[in-house]
Design a protein around this ligand. Structure first.
Ligand code: TNX
Length: 765
């Protein structure tokens, strides 16, 4: 048993008849009312149950336990209108016992036992708190139903010590009430760290008394960009602003601490600093004038690294921040800091000379290390985004790996702590459905299932290095998220999925089982009036190789009582359309449309997938080299599945490379080929460049290939469609080669890094 001190507990457990008898329940497969998210380490269902009523009492031996009791009562009150009495005596058979001890072996573990004799929760203060959260999840979800709690023996503790959620309150501001609800939901899902992104180009949101212009100037912007930042030009003309007073900050930090959540503030430096520069222009390299940011993206004006008053200013800010936040860690940003101003700034150049710094990356590293030293001197540790690796990592820094997993791997190999937040899995500002009715989001595609499938420990690490991966975090950047309803929509249920990634054991993760539990769990979110997204329950389609040289679409909907109907003639599906019974075969160019109906009414978005029918559909393709992680490594099917990638590169269709690539398709027999095609992407802001050269060649025997087409210019920003009618050739094999662009040129975003090459669908007719 995980608890070290067993004072009274063995006795109590025996009295309650818990953990003593084996039972017929199965471990890890909840049924009925036992649907806890995140899934505990061990759940044994018992035959009996506990009936909670107005006469049930709660006994807690110490203050921490009493606090847990109070929080349990507040949930109960919402559900039933009444609260339970707290008693000083160990209750008989109608009581809940909360036992907490500080010196447990599992700092966040707990035991929860429910039988017809009573309920016991035991663990560390945090553990018992999580035990209470699990108990809440055993309560019925309908108001007014009798409170029968299923008998269980649960033993539980988290897989990762750092389980975080981040909220950007700069691009849009969120009220204290909303933050409290946000924290309640975090606690419900056993998250323990709130990363509060408090300063950025478009707004400074924490009161700093020493620098009143942060409140007067930096907290306000004159207007906000309307629409997406890749189509700039439109602004809403409305002033926008807000900041939290130090009293409000204290209130939030206390509210979080009561829920065993640590708040880590982020004060961004040296980039994302425009709001502060607008207030104090002497802190920038050019001296301004500056305006608080009104558009999104990466802006050139950053803190001057050569000017000592910048460090004095930031130390002054931190001197007020530190007493508000007892956290061991302070996040100092470090991301997306363009070096163009520093390159031309006499002070920055002088600093580089004086410190013997070889380039501006080393200057950034100097900046971060100097601030780290200051914070270490105050007993704090820094966290920074993965750019802090460039130019040399500060000695004690923890790295947040956001641009992928590489930063995390590099930091762990240098024996630095890491928090994983790779954009492809942890950025909840991305779309979660490809449906046409989604509100504007930053781009990309991150459905709940993909979040659920995330594994925070990169396989590139040895067991020893893996210990530096402390956990992961969901990030909610709010450029396009203007209100709390939309924030909740983006956060849940994706945050429920990540909670399970972080808390539960990998062997217990099972998406279908998660969705079954989620059906119950969303009723709890309903009770809390959470505006969660419902995409998980709508119809989804999975194109698959039909093993007969073609493609079929498997349709599925996880909606209770849902019936799927579909069409292939581009008409809208209705309950009179074809009912779905078996995978839909793709036999022509056209669109497969499907909708799930509940009680005759359509639920959620429809599945609407155009397919291009061609000779290579579902055929065998070999690709070299293997695509980069996340962009179809290990499987070539998406290159010939009839679906063309859309404008966002991470929609699952695109094959991503950082080298030249070749794909060869085998059409099964020699045929006449008259037309060839593919799509390549060019989105320079995302480091994606079209190939230098694209060629097609044809062969009858797979050995001798003859070039039949060559293209060297791709003018389109976005998707470049290559479609070419050729002099007909007889061929069984078609080879496509793409020559990689090379390094990203100076002056462009990502300069000096290898460009990305993205290709999708190899079209043969
Ligand atoms: C990158 S993630 C940023 C943020 C943006 C976000 C949008 C990071 C460290 N920096 O400033 O809001 O992308 O997804």
């Amino acid at each position: 048993m995980m608890i070290k001190k067993l004072t009274n507990w063995g006795l109590l457990l025996a009295v309650l008849g818990l953990f003593s008898c084996s039972n017929s329940g199965k471990t890890g497969t909840p049924k009925g009312q036992v649907s806890i998210i995140p899934m505990p380490v061990s759940v044994k269902e018992r035959q009996d149950s506990f009936l909670l009523d107005k006469h049930t009492v709660i006994f807690a031996r110490n203050e921490e336990g009493k606090q847990i009791a109070v929080l349990f009562n507040s949930w109960l009150k919402e559900l039933t209108g009444y609260e339970l009495e707290l008693t000083d005596k160990i209750p008989g058979d109608n009581g809940i016992i909360i036992e907490t001890a500080k010196d447990t072996l599992q700092p966040e573990g707990y035991i929860l036992g429910v039988s017809n004799k009573g309920i016991i929760i035991s663990g560390s203060p945090a553990g018992a708190f999580y035990g209470m959260q699990s108990l809440i999840q055993l309560l019925p979800t309908e108001k007014g139903s009798s409170l029968i709690i299923p008998g269980v023996d649960i033993q539980d503790n988290p897989r990762f010590a750092y389980r975080g959620q981040h909220l950007d309150v700069c691009r849009h501001f969120f009220s204290v009430d909303f933050l409290k609800k946000f924290l309640d939901l975090m606690a419900m899902h056993k998250y323990n760290t709130f990363h509060w992104h408090l300063t950025d180009d478009q707004g400074w949101r924490i009161e700093i008394k020493k620098y009143p212009r942060l409140q007067e100037v930096a907290s306000k912007r004159k207007e906000t960009m309307a629409g997406h930042y890749e189509e700039p030009g439109k602004y809403d003309g409305k002033p926008y602003g807000g900041f939290y007073t130090q009293e409000q900050v204290k209130e939030i930090v206390k509210y979080a601490a009561d829920r065993h959540i640590t708040v880590i503030p982020e004060i961004e430096m040296p980039g994302h600093a425009l709001a502060a520069l607008a207030a104090y222009p002497n802190l920038g390299c050019t001296g301004g004038p500056y305006e608080v940011g009104t558009r999104w993206g990466v802006l050139d004006d950053v803190f001057c690294a050569g000017n000592d008053s910048v460090y004095t200013f930031l130390e002054g800010v931190l001197d007020e921040v530190l007493p508000l936040f007892p956290s061991k860690y302070i996040h100092i940003g470090g991301d997306e800091c363009p070096k163009v101003r520093w390159q031309k700034c006499p002070k920055c150049q002088a600093r580089m000379k004086q410190e013997g710094l070889k380039d501006e990356h080393a200057l950034q590293s100097y900046f971060i290390q100097r601030m780290e030293k200051y914070l270490n001197g105050k007993g704090r540790q820094i966290i920074g985004w993965d750019e802090i690796l460039e130019g040399g990592l500060a000695p004690n820094a923890t790295v947040m790996s956001w641009r992928g997993i590489e930063g995390g791997i590099a930091a762990a190999k240098q024996h630095h702590d890491v928090i994983m937040t790779p954009g492809d899995f942890c950025y909840f500002d991305k779309y979660q459905s490809k449906g046409k009715n989604e509100p504007l989001a930053i781009g990309g595609y991150l459905p709940v299932s993909k979040v659920y499938g995330y594994e925070p420990v990169p396989k590139e690490l040895t067991a020893d290095e893996a210990k530096y991966i402390k956990g992961a975090q969901a990030n909610l950047w709010t450029e396009y998220i203007g209100d709390s309803d939309y924030a909740e929509y983006m956060e849940y249920p994706r945050a429920a999925a990540l909670a399970e990634v972080l808390w539960s054991q990998p062997a217990q993760r099972n998406y279908d089982n998660f969705v079954e539990r989620l059906k119950v769990h969303v009723k709890r979110l309903d009770l809390k009036k959470v505006n969660y997204a419902k995409h998980v329950f709508e119809v989804s389609g999975t194109p698959e190789d039909n093993k007969k040289g073609g493609v079929e679409v498997k349709l599925d909907a996880k909606l209770d009582g849902g019936k799927i109907f579909y069409t292939t003639d581009s008409s809208a599906p209705t309950p009179q359309s074809q009912a779905y019974t078996a995978p839909v075969q793709v036999l022509k160019t056209g669109v497969v449309r499907a909708q799930v109906f509940q009680d005759g009414k359509p639920f959620g978005n429809e599945y609407n997938q155009p397919f291009l029918f061609h000779k290579a559909l579902g055929k065998k393709v070999s690709i070299t080299p293997d695509p980069e992680p996340n962009y179809n490594p290990g499987s070539s099917f998406a290159l010939v599945n009839g679906i063309q990638g859309i404008g966002t590169y991470n929609d699952g269709q695109w094959f991503g490379f950082k080298k030249d690539f070749t794909a060869t398709v085998d059409l099964d027999s020699v045929q006449e080929v008259k037309m060839l095609g593919t799509n390549v992407l060019s989105i320079k802001t995302n480091w994606i460049y079209a190939p230098k050269v694209l060629t097609f060649s044809a062969s009858e025997d797979g050995k001798t290939f003859k070039e039949v087409y060559k293209q060297t210019a791709f003018s389109q920003n976005g998707i470049n469609q290559v479609r070419t009618v050729i002099t007909p050739v007889r061929a069984r094999y078609i080879k496509m080669t793409a020559q990689h662009f090379g390094m990203i040129p100076a002056g462009a975003e990502g300069a000096g890094n290898p460009a990305w090459l993205f290709v999708d669908e190899m079209i043969v007719n």
